[in-house]
Structures are given as structure tokens and as C-alpha cells.
Write a protein that binds this ligand. Structure first.
Ligand code: HEC
Length: 120
């Protein structure tokens, strides 16, 4: 095989391997075990059960009414493509988002909830 052809084949191989990897979601570090949560994170976990759990899974990756929130802050973007940060999450709760209604919780509960979501 002439050298130009060989390097073209190598290039194709590289592209193939890279696209295979890009297709898989990188494995995220697992959520903090529940028995290792601090007091604030535990309050956030309880708020999650009350205000979010009917529509979102927190500790596994199944979709309920909404997308799973497992690893929500370990990835750069929310499912909508919005940047995954506290500010954006507060906005999502205050204003709702698409099919998600606004969630009426106070700022202290929101802080607790954020602390918990960061452990996922
Ligand atoms: C009544 C069901 C429901 C409840 C309750 C609910 N959500 Fe959602 N949520 C949804 C749906 C549906 C979506 C997808 C919205 C869309 O893309 O149209 C969503 C999307 C989201 C997103 C992704 C936003 C984005 O930009 O992609 C986040 C983050 C989120 N919810 C957090 C929460 C949190 C935290 C709570 C609890 C305080 C909560 N949700 C309560 C239904 C709900």
C-alpha cells in the first residue's frame, strides 16, 4: 500500500474510534451516599422528595416526567442546553421550564436543594 493511502486509512481509523467514544456518555462519578450527606444536603434531599421526586429521578438515570437529575451539576449543560449552574437552576424553579411548572419554595429551601443536587 502506498504511504499516502496508508495514512488516509489511519486517519479514517482515528475518526471512527473518536466518534465511537464521543457516542458514549463519559461515566460520571457516583452521587455521594445518603449516609454521608451533611445537614444542609439532607434537608435538600427531603425537599427533593417533596417538590421534585414525582417528576425527576435523582439517584438513577431513568426519565420520569422530566429528565433525570443524576449528575446534573457534573455536566456542563442542562438537558435544554442551558449552562448547568445555580443561577440557572434558581431561574428554572422560579419561572418553570417548558413542561415543568414553577416550583414555589423559599430561598432557604432552594439553597438546601442546590446543596443536595451538587452531591448527585
Ligand atoms: C410536575 C413535574 C415536575 C416537577 C414537580 C419538577 N420538574 Fe423539573 N422538569 C420537569 C419537566 C417536564 C422538565 C423538562 C422540561 C422541558 O424541557 O420542557 C423539567 C426540567 C428540569 C430541569 C432541566 C432544565 C433544563 O434547562 O434543561 C431541571 C434542572 C429541573 N427540571 C429541576 C427540577 C427541580 C430541582 C425540581 C424540584 C424543586 C423540579 N424540577 C420539579 C417536570 C417537573
Amino acid at each position: 500500500m502506498n504511504p499516502i493511502r496508508r495514512s488516509l486509512w489511519r486517519l479514517c481509523g482515528c475518526i471512527l474510534v473518536c466518534s465511537l467514544f464521543a457516542g458514549c456518555r463519559p461515566a460520571l462519578p457516583p452521587p455521594t451516599p445518603l449516609n454521608q450527606l451533611n445537614a444542609q444536603q439532607r434537608r435538600g434531599y427531603q425537599d427533593f422528595q417533596i417538590y421534585c421526586a414525582q417528576c425527576h429521578d435523582d439517584r438513577d438515570s431513568d426519565s420520569l416526567h422530566g429528565p433525570p437529575l443524576l449528575g446534573v451539576f457534573k455536566q456542563p449543560y442542562f438537558p435544554s442546553g442551558a449552562p448547568a449552574n445555580d443561577e440557572r437552576l434558581r431561574m428554572t424553579l422560579q419561572e418553570g421550564h417548558g413542561l415543568m411548572p414553577a416550583i414555589n419554595i423559599n430561598s432557604e429551601q432552594t439553597q438546601d436543594l442546590l446543596a443536595y443536587l451538587h452531591t448527585l
